[in-house]
Design a binder for this molecule. Structure first.
Ligand code: SAM
Length: 287
């Protein structure tokens, strides 16, 4: 639920969490109801442009780097040689841009259900879309659940599930059937990483996701916590799961000597994110 109050604050009221988060806005830039969701754009006073989907904050210019870097680099540096990457969702193209920073990646296919998200991002977050013309990138608009169901077995090294919350079109990205399709489409040693909500606010959902991933046969799960200032509680996570435990740890030296720059991610951040806070350890231990 969202509203732009008379005093020019955009507020996301998160009923399920008993919390709310506000950003001061200068004006509303755009709004489009797609067949799937309502996409709104605001110009804020301090966070740059802001994308809202169905009343939930999605992306701001100022702090999206936390999310996009943690959705991409930990998984890519945890695979010995990722060549083929698939992004489910990710229509703002920020994760795509980060993946394409890896020179050894040969193909990245992004499948978002909603073309309006990418249209809006091209207009209001051009910096996130600056690699869209990279010849290694394919941008498709389709249901990611169907795409994974029909994917060739053992054809993908990394699957990044950069989807919305488990409501509306994103609901089917959180269940056994979807994870089974992902597991089948990964090559041996492949990795799936999915945004897994707030460990503080949404532990029940996080546990359900982890359980479903384990039940379909994923191994070596790592839930990486990271700051995400505009999402409920400000603490977010991504859960990484391997098809097989053949490769352990991550390519730390490659992360240290990366040929590209990042705002948040580095090898120390990666190691830090592998250290699971105690309240999460206790919850995971019951699984
Ligand atoms: N950063 C956000 C967050 O964690 O809340 C998510 C990013 S946003 C780019 C998520 C994208 O997932 C949206 O563009 C939405 O259209 C897309 N999406 C939702 N359900 C989908 C599905 N079934 N297949 C493909 N894309 C989907």
């Amino acid at each position: 639920m969202a509203n732009l109050e008379a005093n020019r604050w955009f507020t996301e009221i998160s009923d399920r969490d008993g919390s709310a988060f506000s950003l001061r806005v200068k004006r509303k830039l755009d709004e489009k109801q797609s067949p799937f969701q309502l996409v709104e754009m605001f110009e804020t006073t301090d966070f740059g442009n802001l994308m809202i989907i169905d009343g939930c904050t999605m992306v701001s210019s100022r702090e999206n780097f936390f999310y996009h870097e943690m959705m991409s680099h930990p998984a890519l540096f945890s695979h010995p040689a990722p060549k083929n990457v698939v992004i489910i969702g990710g229509g703002d193209c920020g994760t795509l841009r980060e993946v394409l920073k890896h020179p050894d990646v040969e193909t990245v296919t992004q499948i978002d259900i909603d073309e309006v998200v990418t249209e809006m991002s091209l207009k209001y977050f051009p910096e996130l879309c600056e690699s869209n013309q990279d010849p290694r990138a394919t941008i498709m608009f389709d249901d990611g659940i169907k795409y994974m169901r029909e994917a060739l077995p053992e054809s993908i090294d990394i699957i990044i599930v950069d989807g919305t919350d488990p409501v509306g079109p994103g609901e089917g990205l959180f269940n056994h059937a979807f994870y089974r399709s992902c597991l089948a489409a990964l090559r041996p040693g492949g990795i799936m990483i999915q945004q897994s909500e707030s460990p503080l606010m949404h532990m029940e959902l996080l546990l359900e996701m982890r359980e479903a991933m384990l039940e379909v046969g994923f191994v070596d799960l790592q839930t990486l916590p990271f700051p995400q200032p505009i999402y409920p509680s400000g603490l977010w996570s991504a859960t990484m799961a391997r098809k097989s435990a053949a490769f352990n740890g991550f390519r730390e030296a490659d992360a240290d000597n990366a040929s590209f720059s990042t705002e948040y991610y580095n090898s120390g951040i990666h190691k830090g994110a592998l250290a699971t806070p105690n309240f999460m350890q206790r919850a995971f231990a019951k699984q």
